[in-house]
Design a protein around this ligand. Sequence first.
Ligand code: SF4
Length: 462
Amino acid sequence: MHCEVVKKPRDGVINPIFTCQPCGAQYASIGVKDCIGIVHGGQGCVMFVRLLFSQHLKESFELASSSVHEEGAVFGACGRVEQAVEVLLMRYPHVKLIPIISTCSTEVIGDDIEGVCTKLREGLLREKYADREVHLIPIHTPSFVGSMISGYDLAVREFISYFAKKDQPNGKLNLFTGWVNPGDVTALKHLLAEMDIDATVFFEIESFDSPLMPHGNHVSHGSTTIDDLVGSANALGSIALNRYEGAKAAQYLESEYDVPAIIGPTPIGIRNTDTFLQNLKTMTGKPIPESLVRERGVAIDALTDLTHMFFAEKRVAIYGNPDLVISLAEFCLDLEMKPVLLLLGDDNTGYVKDPRVLALQEHVDHDMEIVTNADFWEMERRIKEDGLKLDLILGHSKGRFTSIDYNIPMVRVGFPVYDRAGFYRHPVVGYAGAIWLAEQMANTLFADMEYKRNKEWILNMW
Ligand code: SF4
């Protein structure tokens, strides 16, 4: 019995689990108020990403493209950025912050986006917008390295390093949520409120579960303000929930401004949520209130009803964002399940040294495989050719065809989820998230038992 970490044996990718770096930078940028990102590249680098966001969140929002065409690709396309900034400022009087997000094509042709920003600051902004607060932030996200995960991490650090400024301590906590859903933000804010902690939630997208109001608003915006970004240097500490999505910014604040940082764990499942609350207590000195002890108890009661009877020994494959995958695996182990295959889908060589991966390798008492730089073909090949038996798949909607083709029940979790209704609204973090996840898994298994007439009578006696 052992847990092996292997690298996908091919260079090519067949059915990728992630999309590219600029996507992650765009997800971070939609979490900032008065901000519209310009993606410097072909229109598709925005269009398909924006479509994914819209499909996932079922909302509309703004992202712009410098719309590079053949001429720019050959002779350089910095002029397209200049035009894009000018048009954006003219059409959107509220915009104060414009990240210029590079792509594979504009990195290959070597467009100097720092130079364009300097030129615009000294030219257009001085001449036409001297009375308006406008910030241009170059963000380099070539898509031939990393993935949407590293793109998000990088962009969060760039926003913070651009704005953070030392001043008087503000007594607040920086919370870097990582790539989460609006429902997760609501759940995290609830935990902070119960502990009476004043925190700034960074790249805050709770409002992407937005109401349709009588005046007909139809565009969603993030809630992190420029003041929040500036004040990050004056916080009493930072907690980054994810090691690969937001930790770089917390580490930057620690090294540059002595703001102490705690990285992880992603508060998925009971033990990780317990650790998160302990970390909040350590950092702020605030006690964990009885109300959260009760919430924990309700969650444990809900899980106990399901664990031994329905989850024990169930073989699970998990793919998606690395922090999510690892913490879901930990949660499954706590539920007596057997996560047998974890797919971590980009070229980050650090996964093999991740302490949580090392802990899995040390403690797992069944055969388990962790594939780095993985794609969906790695999962499918194991099912088709190696006879890998799975009872459940956990992951985002891009893997739905493996579930359909091989008749394996699947619970949608992560990004993007577009083939199930309302998933962005439900948290997977905190005690509420543990209940939601466990009940989703149980109900999916129950439906499968009925559909396959596999001991479905048990459900009469439960
Ligand atoms: S891979 Fe390159 S061309 Fe394709 S969306 Fe990403 S940045 Fe744009």
